[in-house]
Write a protein that binds this ligand. Structure first.
Ligand code: HGY
Ligand code: MN
Ligand code: MN
Length: 428
């Protein structure tokens, strides 16, 4: 049994949501708990209400909408989730596809008059990206007890506002408690955000798990002085230490080889003037690896080098952890079901780990969880040119629908939508 998804309806919603926070040259910027996020939440929640779903919001703004099962229960739904916040150079698909694809599956069930044995839900989680407030996967991490609510509410973002203040500024704080959403299974459709599926000409990524993530912010203090008059041996140049840490991060990725990756995404000097030796420097380092042991080795090497560079320059240095998640494996049976479903639908697929973090990794320790990837053109994401073609999206959503039905079945067609039964029973 499968339901016919309407790709045009889904693409229209993706483009509609993409207008909120639209950037001049394409893409969108909808940072977590911003005015743009407020507008995005209103649009998507409006679609939830229009379908008559039971909508809930919790104390950190996570929002989910449940379609009761054929017995009227909304307990322990099969949840299709992701996020609608974006990075500053966001595309239209990262996160949004998982939420709007889940909504499309539910609307297709309604269209077909299919009642399920278990309730089905669609959800978006607060601040998956971690761009404005660290860590990432904040909302889903709190919802699943992986992150402490009070600590997260007190977290101050890169613009100086706390999560709690930002929640109230856009009226996103709900009354459902932490842990109110208890899925019986969690599924997330997402763009791959890398080059593999496109390079191998595949339709579907059957995601086996998510690699470990380590985000650090280093603060280095030196001494400002005149760029022209101060002899080199006298300097305590915080900027040079920061630059050395960035070079070391790249060297670690090169020496360790794939899948080790390292990124310096933010770096600031003070007083940030052409003729003043930097007194202060701050930078972030994002390290990731599928192996927890190797990730720890990468951290140890980076942290030791940072201390040595600071000591050699006569600077002080401190490090704050902004995010630290161990690698997560997804549910074997769900992975099997996704691979099997892809084959039955005639989609070419492969198993692969996720390089990016996702809300699914917060659910994995608590309920059967897995992800479906669709290809990313040129393998890019967190870039305004992020793109996945509608026919590729349609395959991902059709597979999501098939796997959800397998989890939420056995299904029954409502009497008023009975189709002419074939000799063997209800037509597939
Ligand atoms: O950083 C990540 O992997 C995700 O986009 N939050
Ligand atoms: Mn994402
Ligand atoms: Mn992202």
């Amino acid at each position: 049994m499968s339901v016919a998804i309407k790709i045009d309806r889904l693409m229209a919603r993706i483009f509609e949501l993409g207008k909120i926070g639209a950037l001049p040259n394409g893409g969108c910027k909808r940072l977590a708990l911003s005015e743009e996020d407020k507008a995005g939440r209103a649009l998507v929640t409006g679609w939830f209400h229009t379908l008559g779903l039971e909508v809930h919001t919790d104390v950190i703004g996570n929002t989910w909408a449940i379609r009761p099962d054929r017995h009227g229960s909304t307990e322990h739904p099969i949840v299709m989730g992701s996020h609608i916040d974006t990075v500053g150079t966001g595309g239209l698909y990262d996160g949004n596809l998982g939420v709007l694809g889940g909504l499309e599956v539910i609307e297709s069930l309604i269209d077909a008059g299919v009642q399920t044995e278990r309730p089905v839900a669609v959800a978006f989680f607060t601040n998956e990206e971690g761009a404005r407030f660290q860590p990432d996967m904040m909302g889903s991490g709190v919802a699943q007890g992986e992150l402490d609510l009070a600590e997260m509410l007190a977290t101050v973002g890169i613009d100086g506002m706390s999560v709690s203040e930002a929640l109230d500024a856009i009226g996103a704080r709900g009354d459902e408690p932490v842990g109110a959403l208890k899925p019986s299974a969690y599924l997330e459709l997402h763009v791959e955000q890398g080059p593999v599926l496109e390079a191998e000409g595949l339709d579907i990524g059957v995601v086996t798990g998510v690699q470990g993530i380590s985000w650090s912010e280093f603060a280095i203090s030196g001494q400002s002085c005149h760029a022209g008059t101060t002899p080199m041996p006298m300097r305590h140049d915080a900027g040079v230490v920061a630059a050395g840490i960035a070079i070391e991060a790249r060297a670690i990725a090169q020496d360790f080889g794939a899948p080790q990756v390292a990124t310096v995404g933010r770096m600031h000097f003070a007083p940030d003037l052409v003729n003043v030796v930097p007194e202060e420097a701050r930078l972030t380092v994002d390290l990731r690896n599928t192996s927890e042991g190797v990730l720890q080795k990468a951290e140890a090497r980076l942290f030791a080098k940072a201390e040595a560079l600071a000591a050699a320059e006569g600077c002080t240095i401190s490090r704050q952890s902004l995010a630290r998640f161990e690698p997560v494996a997804f549910d074997r049976d769900l992975i099997e079901s996704i691979g099997q479903g892809a084959a039955e639908l005639g989609f070419a697929s492969r198993r692969m780990p996720s390089g990016a973090g996702h809300d699914a990794q917060m659910f994995a320790p608590h309920c059967p969880s897995a992800m479906i990837f669709v290809p990313s053109r040129d393998g890019i994401s967190h870039n305004i040119n992020e793109y996945t073609a509608p026919d590729q999206i349609a395959k991902g959503v059709a597979l999501l629908a098939k796997v959800v039905l397998a989890q939420a079945g056995p299904e029954q067609i409502l009497p008023d939508r009975q189709q002419p039964a074939t000799a063997q029973g209800i037509p597939s």
